[in-house]
Design a binder for this molecule. Structure first.
Ligand SMILES: *Cc1c(COP(=O)(O)O)cnc(C)c1O
Length: 366
């Protein structure tokens, strides 16, 4: 969203506010779907569970990746049916499995034997995807640090699941969030080919390949267009997986670009020769993504005068609440507006009401 548009909106709605561009969200969905034509998209609700985002994506025809009872409640409230959902949390309590089954979800994920055993009582109702770990230390968030079975051990786990009488239907993986190397998907798919071949020899038919999320968006450094980024993945899928059902779990690439934050300077002070600016949003709010997601958002301001190395602090009384310790800023005045783009993913999702500050409100812009 451009600065002058946000300026007008902020004058009406106040700050801190996250403006959700409905057009941008729809555009991201359509762009990804056309970049991955044969792939069913399950939006990763974790990245932003806002009801407005969920219902816009629902109207685009999206399916949904849910991980918890709370996320099931969110999609159910939006009128989304269980056949449009998969449950992808690799570690669940028995009650979580039952909650999802009662809702009607039948596709689950496991990455170890203990988890597979939890499905024995439900083996006629549940299908299981095995989560394989794909290490990617170069991306923003390595989602295979905590979950996933090593590729070399994946077939063995599939076999164990089948021996338990479970319906092992597929393999899933996550190449890491904001992954800028599409060859990571190919690396994972290479493993999948080998595993599927071994499984077929044992009479186990793998039908689903779930390529996860991780698709990158523009933050401070631009990334290639989605069509270009996905082209090698598509080509590989067409060549080797045309007989499989291919699904993906995009989060950031859909929610990320859709939101723009408007925040205002509420105080300023010169400390040890450095300008400190205090704004009305911080790391306990939408800038929580600076801490948990390690993201850096593109900023725009109205002033174009000389910039000085400054500090941009959040509104709470905690000293960790400093979104930017070293940021080049012109001399700002109290009341100045700061606009941050690409703030839809892992921002409001991890925001809190710490210190009595309300979360930034969300306003949908058509
Ligand atoms: C977080 C997560 C996603 C979404 O990842 P993005 O990088 O935001 O696309 C998808 N699948 C699983 C299992 C996740 O944990």
């Amino acid at each position: 969203m451009d600065f002058s548009q946000v300026q007008k909106l902020a004058a009406v709605h106040g700050t801190p506010t996250l403006f959700l561009s409905e057009g941008r969200l729809r555009e991201s969905y359509r762009e990804l779907q056309s970049a991955l034509p044969g792939v069913t998209l399950y939006y990763a609700v974790k990245s932003n569970a806002g009801s407005e985002i969920i219902s816009i994506l629902k109207s685009e025809g999206s399916s949904f990746d849910i991980c918890t009872n709370g996320e099931i409640d969110i999609v159910a409230k939006a009128g989304i049916g269980p056949s449009q959902c998969i449950h992808t949390h690799p570690i669940k309590r028995d009650g979580d499995i039952r909650y999802a089954l009662d809702f009607g979800v039948t596709t689950f994920v496991a990455d170890n034997e203990y988890e597979l055993m939890k499905f024995i009582p439900y083996k006629d109702r549940a299908e299981v995807l095995i989560r394989m770990s794909i290490q990617n230390p170069n991306c923003l968030v390595n989602l295979s640090h905590k979950f996933g079975v090593a590729p070399e051990l994946t077939f063995d786990l599939i076999r164990k699941g089948a021996d338990m009488g479970l319906r092992i239907k597929g393999i899933c993986f996550h190449c890491g969030s904001q992954n800028q190397n599409s060859l990571k998907y190919i690396e994972a798919l290479e493993y999948c080919r080998d595993i599927c071949r071994k499984a077929a020899l044992r009479g186990i038919r793998i039908e689903i390949i779930d390529i996860g999320g991780g698709f990158p968006i523009d933050y401070l450094t631009p990334v290639p267009p989605l069509a270009e980024f996905c082209a090698p993945v598509n080509e590989y899928l067409e060549r080797y997986f045309s007989n499989y059902r291919i699904i993906a779990e995009p989060g950031r690439v859909l929610s990320g670009p859709s939101m723009t934050l408007a925040t205002r300077i509420v105080g300023k002070s010169q400390r040890n020769g450095i300008w400190w600016y205090y704004c009305d949003e911080g790391v306990y709010g939408s800038f929580s993504g600076k801490i948990y997601d390690h993201a850096d958002y593109p900023m725009s301001i109205a002033r174009s005068s000389e910039r000085f190395n400054s500090v941009l602090a959040g509104p709470t009384c905690d000293s960790v609440d400093i979104p930017y310790e070293n940021i080049a800023l012109p001399i700002l005045e109290i009341g100045d507006l700061l606009v941050f783009d690409a703030m839809g993913a892992y921002t409001t999702a991890s925001a809190s009401n710490f210190n009595g500050f309300e979360k930034a409100k969300i306003v949908v812009v058509a």
